[in-house]
Design a protein around this ligand. Structure first.
Ligand SMILES: [Fe+2]
Length: 265
């Protein structure tokens, strides 16, 4: 497929009902606006701010998403474990123990293009998992031959770990986009060997919030250091992510730009 472009939208962590509502009401418009061929979103906090359920995942697929990624909060809804095993298009980080529910990679065809998606998780200030650098290379080797392009979502906390992973696999995947910190970064660029990168996609979350959660509770938590339970803020949502154009001949990124969409709901 020489010279053909493939357009990918990758959206950040959904937080709570406002984020979820904003995504459902805006996804068709975004796909049209960007002429997107493929769209992913991180759903680990879609269920009221904690975890994901089969019902929510099914609704996201029905609204047009090709693949759902997750992270450390994917384990919070035990009732979703069997769904994680049975639904290929929802991922959990590949570097958790192999016997855990679900799987860390998938290949989904869209418009005749075989897209491999890889979900990895960082280890700096995160739960202890296998090395994402070694696991990343391992799964890339496995997926390379049966795919036209590869996308990596790296769910991680520390920018230095995120950038290092992207440089480690630069040229082997079309994109490394990161999630988990919920605040969109302004460092998007294509690395020298052709991998698009951004340190955080940002969240699809209540706009007036502390990383998606109620500012009042967040301030109180900081002031008192009491283990107060966070609750998603109840304000209109804002959607964040990145738009990546991929050259199908090389499987490399041509460009990456930030996406930000204010929602009225
Ligand atoms: Fe997370």
């Amino acid at each position: 497929m020489p010279g053909k472009r493939f357009r990918v939208l990758m959206l950040g962590d959904i937080v709570g009902q406002p984020g979820y509502r904003a995504v459902l009401t805006s996804v068709a418009k975004l796909v049209k606006q960007y002429s997107a061929d493929f769209i992913t979103i991180n759903a680990e906090n879609a269920a009221d701010g904690f975890g994901v359920t089969e019902e929510i995942a099914s609704e996201l697929f029905a609204s047009g998403f090709h693949v759902l990624t997750t992270g450390n909060h994917v384990w919070q809804r035990k009732e979703a474990y069997s769904y994680l095993d049975s639904e290929e298009r929802i991922l959990r980080p590949a570097n958790y123990p192999g016997g855990n529910p679900g799987h860390g990679t998938c290949v989904v065809e869209a418009k005749g293009v075989r897209v491999g998606v890889i979900n990895l998780q960082g280890r700096v200030r995160m739960p202890t998992t296998d090395c994402p650098f070694r696991k990343g290379k391992e799964v890339i080797r496995k997926l390379k031959d049966g795919t036209d392009l590869l996308l990596v979502e790296f769910h991680a906390e520390a920018p230095h770990e995120k950038e290092a992973l992207a440089w480690h696999i630069d040229g082997q995947v079309a994109a490394v986009v990161c999630t988990h910190t919920h605040v969109q970064t302004a460092d998007e660029r294509v690395l020298p060997k052709g991998t698009a990168y951004i340190s955080d996609l940002g969240a699809c979350a209540p706009r007036d919030s502390v990383i998606g959660f109620d500012p009042g509770i967040s301030v109180e938590r900081m002031k008192t250091q009491l283990p107060l339970r966070n609750s998603p803020a109840d304000t209109p949502g804002v959607i964040h992510g990145a738009f990546i154009e991929v050259d199908l001949e090389s499987g490399h990124a041509l460009s990456i730009e930030r996406v930000r969409e204010e929602s009225l709901v």
